[in-house]
Design a protein around this ligand. Structure first.
Ligand code: NAD
Length: 276
């Protein structure tokens, strides 16, 4: 087990990817605090942890609140004695709302909401946790996206927010070195409950419905590994690797794309060996 004895705090861990990371970290021997605004799903996570439930601390809160984030860090330290790993992960998507489909008012409101969750939420999480991470020579692993590098993974608001998070990985990797390593995982599309901004009336939409629609229409992702799993469990290995001091002690400021190979996508066909 790669994380035996470590303590992690994951934001947005009640659903989707964060939940999968929480369960994987437990299986790797870690104790895990989870901050999420979805109290019902937090309780379900503790149930799902089964025999490991005594190694889970569920904290209801909002990543836009520095008070809630400080309470989560303090709660983790009080319960488990320290903090080794922070995973800023809570996020919302803009459902591909392109510039030309938004009024100025909508754009202004969507920007404030998406940046508050996706960018300020990561900044404030690091602010709340860095002292404890310095004390343990711990690490931070941020959930980034294909939208941290490429177009069309969202609209301009989401794409800009995930590019901003790439900037946070780099800046914090510098500012917190040599004590704290800071890396990112740039995930591609995944079947989760990812929602949209309330300000655009998209807070009840879930990305899993978009996957279901695409599958029903026989569409497949335009990436070389187009038949790779899109289940969140299958994105968690890199989070274990980057958190492990033994295996990643010399890695900081790095971002691993876990996206089916977008950067080597072909010009005419996504995968060159489809007929092999
Ligand atoms: P999800 O909705 O299943 O999980 C996100 C969690 O964050 C939810 O439990 C939600 O309650 C929580 N959350 C949202 N806003 C919050 C707030 N203000 N305060 C506290 N908790 C809040 O979605 P997911 O797909 O697992 O998203 C996790 C991360 O993965 C996000 O950063 C997202 O941008 C990123 N990502 C997702 C995909 C994808 O296709 N699903 C692709 C690339 C990157």
């Amino acid at each position: 087990r790669w994380l035996d004895g470590d303590v992690a705090l994951i934001t947005g861990g009640a659903n989707g990817l964060g939940r999968a990371i929480a369960l994987r970290y437990l299986a790797e021997g870690a104790r895990v605090a989870v901050l999420d605004r979805d109290a019902e799903q937090l309780a379900a996570l503790v149930d799902a942890a089964g025999a490991h439930a005594n190694r889970v601390l569920a904290v209801t809160g909002d990543v836009r609140s520095t008070k809630d984030l400080h309470a989560a860090v303090a709660g983790a330290v009080e319960r488990f004695g320290k903090l080794d790993i922070l995973v800023p992960n809570a996020g919302i998507w803009d459902y591909h709302r392109s510039l030309t489909r938004l009024t100025g008012e909508e754009l202004a409101e969507a920007f404030d909401e998406v940046f508050a969750v996706n960018v300020k939420g990561y900044l404030l999480a690091v602010e709340a946790a860095w002292r404890e991470l310095v004390a343990t020579r711990g690490s931070i692993i941020m959930t980034l996206s294909n939208s941290s590098f490429h177009t069309n993974g969202g609209g301009p608001v989401y794409t800009a927010s995930k590019h901003a998070c790439l900037g946070l990985v780099r800046e914090f990797a510098y500012e917190l070195a040599p004590k704290v390593r800071v890396n990112g995982v740039a995930c591609g599309g995944m079947r989760t409950q990812l929602r949209g901004p309330e300000s655009l009336g998209l807070d009840e939409r879930r990305i899993e419905a978009s996957f279901a629609r695409a599958e029903a229409a026989g569409e497949r992702p335009h990436v070389p590994l187009y038949d790779a799993s899109v289940e969140p469990e299958d994105f968690t290995g890199t989070y274990v690797l980057l958190a492990s001091r033994r295996n990643s002690g010399n890695i900081t400021g790095a971002v691993v794309p876990v996206d089916g190979g977008i950067a080597v996508r072909g010009f005419r066909t996504a995968a060159g060996g489809a007929d092999l």
